[in-house]
Design a binder for this molecule. Sequence first.
Ligand SMILES: Nc1ncnc2c1ncn2[C@@H]1O[C@H](COP(=O)(O)OP(=O)(O)OP(=O)(O)O)[C@@H](O)[C@H]1O
Length: 555
Amino acid sequence: MASLREPAAWPSGAEQRCCRAGDPGGHQSGAGSCSPGAGLPALIAALAYCYLQDRLSKEDALLEAARINNVSEINRLLQEGADVNTRHKLGWTALMVAAISRNSSVVKALLTANADPNLGDDFSSVYEIAKEKGLHSLEGANPLQKNEMGHTPLDYAREGEVMNLLRAAEAKFQEEQRRREVEERRRFPLEQRLREHIIGQENAIATVGAAIRRKENGWYDEEHPLVFLFLGSSGIGKTELAKQTAKYIHKDIKKGFIRLDMSEFQERHEVAKFIGSPPGYVGHEEGGQLTKKLRQCPNAVVLFDEVDKAHPDVLTIMLQLFDEGRLTDGKGKTIDCKDAIFIMTSNVASEEIAEHALQLRQEAMEMSKKRIAENLDDVQMTDKITISKKFKEKVIRPILKAHFRRDEFLGRINEIVYFLPFCHSELIQLVNKELSFWAKKAKARHNITLLWDREVMDVLADGYNLHYGARSIKHEVERRVVNQLAAAYEQDLLPRGCTLRITVEDSDKQLLKTTEGTEKSKAPTLRLEIVEKDSKARKLEIQAPLNPENITYFL
Ligand SMILES: Nc1ncnc2c1ncn2[C@@H]1O[C@H](COP(=O)(O)OP(=O)(O)OP(=O)(O)O)[C@@H](O)[C@H]1O
C-alpha cells in the first residue's frame, strides 16, 4: 500500500536534502539559497526543486511544504489562497502530513490558519491506491500470473463474486492473448523470426515453418506428435533451429525446451535413466530424465541429440512415444504428449549430404558462368540449391535404414530436414554476425568502436571448416581478431573511447615457396589500427609473444 512518506509526486531525497540545507531562514522559493559550499549537485537539486515547485499546484505545494517542515512556504501558500484542508489524492491533509512527520511548527501554522483537526482520514480504497501506484486490479493485469508456488489469483479466491470476476477476467485475457498472438504471427511469421537467428538453411526453415503452421492452425493429425529428423554435419544450425522453434512456441518458458544427449543412452540398462526404473530398482524414486521433464511440460519441444547413438531399446521406447503420443514411466504413470514436438538430430550421412550439396553448388555456378558467357538475360547467380528426391531415396534412405534398422521408426518421422554446408555469402553473414557480437561487447565494456570491411570478412570466411561449421568461424574470429584485441588491451594500447579498424595486410596474397618447391599463397594477416580524430590511421604494434597468426587453435 502507498506509504504516507512516499507519495509518488514528491521530490526525491536529493531535492529534499538540498532544500533543507539551503533553507535555514525563510526564503521564498527554496532556490538559489543552497550554500556555495554545497557544490554543483546541490545547485542542480535546488534548480530541480524550483522547477518542481513551479509545476506543483498550490495544494500539492502545501502538502509538500508540510512534509519538509517549511513554515514560511506554508504561510506564503496560504496567503496566496491555498486551501488549508486540501487532501492529497490518496486522502491525507497537510495537517496529517505535518503531524505524522512531527513537524510541530507547521502543525501550529496550519492550525492558526484554521486547518480542521477533526477531518477523518479519507484514505482511498485499495482500488484507488492500486490505481495511483499503477497496480490496476484487473485492468490490463494478467490474471493468469503465477506466484512462486505456481498459484494464480483464482486459486486464492474464496468468495463467489471474486471467483466469478477472476474467471471472467481469465477468459477475457486468454481470448485477448490469443487474438494478439494470431495478429503477431500474421505480421511476423515464424520463418522470418527463424531467419533472424539462423543464417542460410532456407529449406530447413521452410520445412519446419510449414509443419508448425499446419499444427498451429489445426491442420494436423492430433493423434500423433510432430516428429522431425535433422540431418547434416556439425555446427550447422540443427540445435539452433530446435531452440528457436521452442522459443517461438513457448516464449521464454525454459521448461518448453527439453534437450537430451542420446549418447548417454547407449547401453541397454540406460533405458531406466530415460523413463525411470520400475519399483524395487535403483533410482526408482528419481524418475526418468525424459519423463520427469515431459510431465512438467507435455507440449514441449524435445530435442534428442545424436539419436543414432541411442541403444535400440531406447529407440523402441521412442517409437512408442511417436506412435501413441504417450509414455508410461517407471512408476506406471502415463504422460500424454500428443502436442509435443520431437526433433532428433544426427550426423549420419552428413558427409554424403555435404558432398552432394557442394556438387550441386558447383554445378549451379558452372551453369551461371556458362550462361554469362552465352550472354543470356536470365542469369541468376544463385546460392540456393535443393537436395533432389532421387538423392534422398537412393543415397540417404539406405544409410538411415542400415543405421536404424527399422522401417517403422523411419516411417514415423514426419519430416527429414537437410542442413547444408554454408556457401560464401552465408559465411560472410556468419563472420559479420560474429564480429558484430564482439563489437557490441567492445562498445559496452570499453567504449571502443570496432570497424571492418568486406575484405576482412572474406579473409575470416576462409577459415571455414566443413566439419565444424559455424563453430569454425567463431574460432577464426576469436583466434585472429579477439586475441589481438585482448593483447592490445593488456598492453594498454587502446585508449578508452577510441575507434579501432581491422585491416588486411598482405592483401595481395604473397606467394610463398613451400618445402616441395611449389608456390602457395600466404594467408593475409589481419591487423588492428587506431583511427585518430583527424581520420588518420595508426597501426598498433602489439608485442610478441602474441603474434596471433602463429597461434594454433585446436578445434
Ligand atoms: N545457420 C546458422 N546460423 C547462425 N548461427 C549458426 C548456424 N549454425 C550454427 N550456428 C551457431 O554455431 C553454434 C553451433 O550450432 P548448433 O548447435 O546449431 O550446431 P548443430 O548443427 O546442432 O551441430 P552439432 O551436431 O555439433 O551440435 C551455435 O552457437 C549456433 O548459434
